[in-house]
Design a binder for this molecule. Structure first.
Ligand SMILES: C=C(O[C@H]1C=CC=C(C(=O)O)[C@@H]1O)C(=O)O
Length: 496
C-alpha cells in the first residue's frame, strides 16, 4: 500500500483504492467505503468501520469511549473491557453490538462458533493492520456453570463483539465502531459517528486533558479473616495428596476487603502497569459498580500467525535472595513439572507437536517470582478455543487428576471461584487469540473488593508454607492495588 503521507489511512473492511490525507477527503473515503460495504451485507448486518488515531492511551481513553452518563441512560450499555499488555497490545472497548452468555460443557465450542460467525461477517482477515482487527472479547467462568444461579453468578462464558474498540501498539492507534444496520441506522450515520468520535478523542489527547486516575492509598476498614478456614482446607488437601488420591490440588482463598470508599476500577488498575509490567492487566465490567480486575502473569494460550504458546507457571517465592532457590527446590520443581507435562500432553493429544525448553526459568512478577516454562506449537487447523477447552484448567490452578481435583475444589473452597483462574481475553478476525488465566485478580463491588489467591499442594508441601505463600500473594495484591489497612494508610498520609 503506497501513501503520500506517513499517516495511516482510514480503512473499512475493504480500504478504498484511492485516498488522500486531507480531512474532507478522508471522510468522503470513509463514507464511500461504508456504503460499499453496507451493500454487500445482508439487510440487517453489522457494519464495522475503523480509523487510525493520532495517539492515545486506551487505559486513559476508556472512560471517554462511551461517557458514563450515556451508559446509564435508558438503552445505554455499561459494558467495559480493558486489555493492557503495554508495551505490547492494549485494547479498550465499550458497549455491546453482539453478545453471548451461556453455561455448560460446550461453552468453549459455542463461544468459538459465536466468535467465528460474528467476525467472518464483518471483515476479511487480510484487511487493515493486525492491531486494528475486530475482536470478540471473552471472559469464562472457572467452572462450566455456577453452582447457584443468581444475579451475581458468573456464567460459563461471556463473549462480546463490542461497539467501540480502541487498540494501540507502539505508536499506532486505531478506533473501530461496529453497529447493526437497519432500524433507521445508516452507513452514513456510522461513518459520522466514528469520524466525530475519532476527532473528539484526538482533541482530548492533544489538549492533554487526560490525566491518569489519581491513585492515593485507599484505606481498608475491614478485611475478612481467612487463615483458619484455609488452614483446615489445606490440611484436608494435603491428606488427599499424602493418601495418593490427588497428585496435586491448588486451593484458593477469598478475602473480602471493606474499603473506605468505592474506587474507580481504573484507579486500581493504573498502578499495576508500573508494578506488574510483565503481566497483562485486564478489566471486565458488565455493570456499573462491579468489575473484575487483575494483572495476569499466566498465558493459557496465545495464537499469533498460527503459532501457539502456553505458559506453565507454578512454584513461587518472594522476590529476593530466596528466589534462586526455587530452581533447586524439589517440591517446587515437581509442582512445576506436573504443569509442564500436562500442557505438553494435552497439546500432543490434540495432534500438535509441542516444544519446551528442558529447564524452567525464573519469571519475576512484581514481588513474586515463579518457575516458568513456555511451551510452543504450530496450531495447524485447530481453532484456538478448542485448544483452550482442552487446556483449561491446567494443574497450575486446579490439580491432578483434573476431574477429581475440581470436585474437591467445590467441596473444600467455601466460595464460588467465578472468574478466578478462568481464561479471559480475545480472539480476532484472523484467528489470532490471547487468553490469560485470571489469577492475581479481584472483583470490585462498590466499596467491597474481593481478592482471590491460591497455592498448589503436592507431596512435600507444608501447611505453614502454603499459608505463607497465599498471605504473600494477597498482601502483594493489596499493596499493588494501593489498598492499605487503616493503620498503614494513616502512616503513609503522615509521610506525605
Ligand atoms: C493459583 C495461583 O498461582 C498459580 C500460578 C503461579 C504459581 C502458583 C503456585 O506456586 O502455587 C500457582 O500455580 C494464584 O496466584 O492464585
Amino acid at each position: 500500500m503506497s501513501s503520500s503521507s506517513s499517516r495511516p489511512r482510514p480503512f473499512l473492511v475493504q480500504a478504498p483504492s484511492s485516498f488522500t490525507d486531507s480531512t474532507g477527503d478522508s471522510f468522503t473515503s470513509l463514507l464511500v467505503a461504508a456504503n460499499e460495504r453496507a451493500r454487500q451485507l445482508e439487510e440487517e448486518g453489522v457494519l464495522s468501520l475503523a480509523l487510525p488515531l493520532a495517539g492515545g492511551d486506551p487505559m486513559l481513553l476508556l472512560p471517554h469511549l462511551e461517557p458514563e452518563d450515556e451508559a446509564l441512560a435508558p438503552g445505554g450499555d455499561s459494558f467495559r473491557f480493558l486489555w493492557d499488555g503495554a508495551p505490547g497490545l492494549c485494547i479498550a472497548a465499550a458497549g455491546r453490538t453482539n453478545s453471548l452468555e451461556l453455561s455448560g460443557p460446550r461453552r468453549f465450542e459455542l463461544a468459538q462458533r459465536f466468535a467465528s460467525a460474528c467476525l467472518s461477517r464483518l471483515a476479511t482477515p487480510e484487511s487493515g493492520p493486525p492491531l486494528a482487527r475486530p475482536r470478540v472479547l471473552l471472559a469464562f467462568g472457572f467452572f462450566e456453570a455456577p453452582l447457584q444461579p443468581g444475579p451475581t453468578a458468573i456464567p460459563g462464558v461471556q463473549a462480546v463483539l463490542p461497539r467501540w474498540q480502541l487498540s494501540r501498539q507502539g505508536q499506532h492507534c486505531w478506533l473501530r465502531l461496529q453497529r447493526s444496520l437497519g432500524g433507521g441506522v445508516t452507513p452514513r450515520q456510522l461513518a459520522e459517528e466514528l469520524w466525530e468520535q475519532a476527532r473528539r478523542l484526538e482533541r482530548l489527547v492533544q489538549q492533554d486533558g487526560l490525566e491518569p486516575r489519581v491513585v492515593s492509598r485507599i484505606a481498608i476498614h475491614r478485611s475478612s479473616p481467612w487463615r483458619e478456614s484455609y488452614r483446615s482446607a489445606v490440611e484436608r488437601g494435603l491428606e488427599l495428596v499424602e493418601r495418593g488420591e490427588l497428585e496435586k490440588v491448588v486451593l484458593a482463598v477469598r478475602q473480602e476487603l471493606q474499603l473506605e470508599a468505592a474506587p474507580h476500577p481504573l484507579a486500581l488498575l493504573a498502578p499495576l502497569r508500573r508494578h506488574q509490567s510483565g503481566s497483562c492487566r485486564f478489566l471486565w465490567q458488565q455493570a456499573r459498580g462491579t468489575a473484575l480486575i487483575g494483572a495476569s502473569p499466566e498465558r493459557l494460550l496465545t495464537v499469533h500467525q498460527g503459532q501457539l504458546r502456553s505458559d506453565a507457571l507454578a512454584g513461587t517465592a518472594p522476590a529476593g535472595e530466596q528466589a534462586a532457590g526455587l530452581l533447586h527446590s524439589c517440591k517446587d520443581r515437581h509442582e512445576h513439572e506436573l504443569v509442564v507435562d500436562t500442557i505438553t500432553a494435552v497439546l500432543a493429544r490434540a495432534g500438535l507437536n509441542p516444544r519446551r525448553p528442558r529447564h524452567p526459568r525464573l519469571a519475576r512478577h512484581g514481588q513474586l517470582v515463579h518457575l516458568h516454562t513456555p511451551i510452543t506449537a504450530a496450531l495447524g487447523q485447530h481453532q484456538p478455543l478448542s485448544i483452550a477447552a482442552a487446556l483449561h484448567p491446567t494443574p497450575a490452578v486446579a490439580g491432578l487428576p483434573r476431574r477429581e481435583a475440581m470436585a474437591w475444589l467445590r467441596s473444600l473452597e467455601p466460595f464460588e471461584r467465578g472468574h478466578y483462574a478462568a481464561p479471559i481475553g480475545w480472539i480476532d478476525s484472523a484467528g489470532d487469540a490471547d487468553l490469560r488465566v485470571a489469577i492475581r485478580s479481584g472483583t470490585l463491588r462498590g466499596d467491597r473488593l474481593e481478592l482471590t489467591a491460591g497455592a498448589g499442594l503436592v507431596r512435600g508441601s507444608t501447611v505453614e508454607r502454603e499459608l505463607q505463600e497465599v498471605a504473600l500473594k494477597l498482601g502483594v495484591l493489596q499493596q499493588q492495588l494501593s489498598c492499605a489497612t487503616d493503620h498503614q494508610a494513616a502512616s503513609s498520609r503522615a509521610i506525605v
